[in-house]
Design a binder for this molecule. Structure first.
Ligand SMILES: Cc1cc2nc3c(=O)[nH]c(=O)nc-3n(C[C@H](O)[C@H](O)[C@H](O)COP(=O)(O)OP(=O)(O)OC[C@H]3O[C@@H](n4cnc5c(N)ncnc54)[C@H](O)[C@@H]3O)c2cc1C
Length: 531
């Protein structure tokens, strides 16, 4: 084992390169703090690449009276949309209504309704959905997104793929976001403002030495060990937050995390329009069916208890079948396991509020500082992708009680890399790329704008043919793009490129992905030899 090397002291050391760690690192670096972030795998390799990928208020949380969270998230949708109009965009959600729809029996709303209207027997009445949507439209800051409307389903594109028993639907707005790209762009912005971002770097132990933290890290590729020094520690370990508290920093904390797995399945495109469906189940749960990567449909999610963070979450056959049966209660054309082309699964690191079911556990975030033994540590529990920027602001407020923070909140309205164009400007950007690089064609240009925004031109450079972009790895992935991802976006392996920086894994064969990996390995080795 190599000897540990000492690194100079920073203000803040962040454990975890998911959305919360990267969001806090960016905010803190922008306020003048010196920051180091360590991620044990790839950025967004855990929960932050496995979400449903919605910037949403969370319509169903209204039934749990989570008004603070819903309001904050609703306001935040448009703040984020403006700052990243390349990787996020508005979507319409179609909620078909049928009188048999039921509540999850544990929600405060269903309990209240069972008391005052016992004859409803757990059914979710139409007026309640309309009330929820009215609140959703008016609780917070909606300027860009259109409000709720009622849709007659017969003879419409929205009704076409649905079973005939559905005659009416409500349609409302939320937004889509490319979750893993959001994380990488936050990490890049943090680095551009002076932070050090270390990937494949695991925190193995941290201990207090008076008012300083000594943090031991191990490079998971080379085994290289280092000792970092920081005035404050942030534990943004997501599903590992408890593991870090108890095993890495030995805190006597009693705060708990509740791990709730959520799985998604992906099928070939199931219908011909660009709206999403919000389906209510007979068990009171809800799932979404969402147009995905042009040619696919994303269906999810589930809520299953997950006990061990080190067990890699996978969509179980039971979860897959549950999602298929759920969707088949709505779609005319039944789907089966044979239609599933990919699945993924993630673990929600929820704050353990003692709720009875996984579905009922709060999705709000909780920040806890422990300064009892000297240097302070901030532990992050819960949170949504949608509220990551507000969570970072709250974290900075707590950090400000222990360190001198140069300025106040600044991230609202500051675009992420490639997002420096108007909120409705993506189409113009796509047309501009098609005009200046005619060899791309519409689908390729769309993919590049939705991945890199204005930055796509930086690696397209002066290319006049596809061949000018170097080796073609398949599905429009070129050498020029891969080099950009390796140099600028911390990509190391083919998996980083095809499942997190892009979703080209849906289109590339196993052989093509292996060839890409081989090429990336030799390029890395060539670069190391040249150093
Ligand atoms: C199925 C599902 C659907 C969801 N859908 C949505 C949605 O549509 N919209 C929404 O807003 N939110 C959604 N969420 C919630 C959202 O995805 C999470 O709240 C968020 O991604 C959590 O981010 P995080 O940074 O806390 O955790 P993570 O992304 O898990 O990051 C934690 C990181 O810490 C690293 N780490 C752990 N231990 C160490 C160590 N010792 N050293 C170094 N690194 C370490 C891990 O490798 C990991 O990358 C969903 C979640 C799930 C599971």
């Amino acid at each position: 084992m190599s000897e540990s090397r000492d690194i100079k002291r920073v203000d803040l050391f962040v454990i975890g390169g998911g959305i919360n760690g990267c969001g806090i690192a960016r905010d803190a670096a922008g306020r003048g703090l010196s920051v180091t972030l360590a991620e044990m795998d790839d950025l967004a390799s855990a929960t932050s690449s496995s979400s449903t990928k919605l910037f949403h208020g969370g319509l169903r949380y209204l039934e749990y009276f989570e008004f603070r969270l819903v309001r904050e998230a609703l306001i935040e949708r448009e703040v984020l949309l403006r700052a990243m109009p390349h990787i996020s965009w508005p979507m319409r959600f179609v909620l078909p209504y049928h009188p048999s729809m039921r509540f999850e029996s544990e929600t405060p709303t269903s309990k209240l309704l069972t008391t005052v209207m016992p004859w409803m027997k757990g059914r979710r009445p139409a007026w309640l959905i309309r009330l929820g949507l009215f609140m959703y439209d008016h609780l917070g800051g909606r300027k860009i997104l259109p409000g709720t409307s009622t849709v007659a389903l017969r003879g419409t594109p929205e009704g076409a793929p649905l079973q005939d028993r559905f005659e009416t639907a409500y349609e409302y707005s939320d937004c889509w976001v490319q979750d893993s790209r959001l994380v990488v762009l936050n990490a890049r912005d943090a680095e551009a403002r002076g932070a050090t971002i270390l990937t494949r770097t695991k925190v193995t132990h941290a201990r207090r030495d008076g008012d300083i933290w000594q943090i031991e890290t191990e490079d998971t590729v080379t085994g290289d060990r280092r000792t970092h020094h920081a005035r404050m520690l942030v534990n943004a370990g997501g599903p590992w937050v408890g593991d870090i508290i108890h095993d890495k920093i030995d805190l006597p904390s009693r705060e708990g995390v509740r791990l709730v797995r959520g799985s998604h399945i992906v099928t070939r495109r199931l219908y011909d329009h660009d709206k999403c469906y919000f389906f209510q189940g007979t068990d009171g749960r809800i799932i979404f069916a969402i147009p995905y990567e042009q040619d696919f449909t994303l269906i999810g999610t589930t809520d299953s208890e997950h006990t061990d963070p080190s067990r890699r979450p996978e969509c179980s056959p039971e979860e897959r079948d549950y999602l298929i049966a759920f969707a088949n209660r709505y779609f005319k054309q039944a789907i089966s396991a044979d239609d599933v082309v990919w699945s993924y699964s993630g673990v929600r690191p929820l704050y353990d509020d003692g709720a009875s079911s996984a579905t009922a556990a709060t999705r709000d975030y909780t920040l806890k500082v422990d300064a009892s033994g000297g240097a302070p540590v901030l532990n992050i529990f819960g949170g949504k992708i949608t509220t990551y920027r507000r969570l970072a602001e709250s974290a900075l407020e707590k950090i400000g009680e222990h360190l001198t923070v140069g300025k106040g909140p600044w991230t609202a309205g500051v675009p992420l890399a490639g997002g420096d164009f108007p909120v409705d400007g993506a189409q113009a950007l796509i047309e501009g790329l098609e005009r200046d690089y005619p060899f791309l064609g519409p689908d390729w240009a769309l993919r590049l704008v939705r991945t890199y925004g204005t930055e796509a031109r930086r690696f397209l450079g002066s290319a006049t043919t596809a061949a000018d972009l170097g080796r073609d790895f398949g599905a429009t992935l070129t050498e020029a793009e891969t080099i950009w991802l390796m140099r600028r976006e911390y990509a190391r392996t083919a998996e980083d490129v095809v499942w997190r920086r892009t979703k080209l894994g849906l289109r590339l064969s196993e052989e093509e992905i292996a060839a890409l990996d081989g090429w990336m390995t030799s390029r890395r080795e060539g670069a190391a030899a040249a150093e």
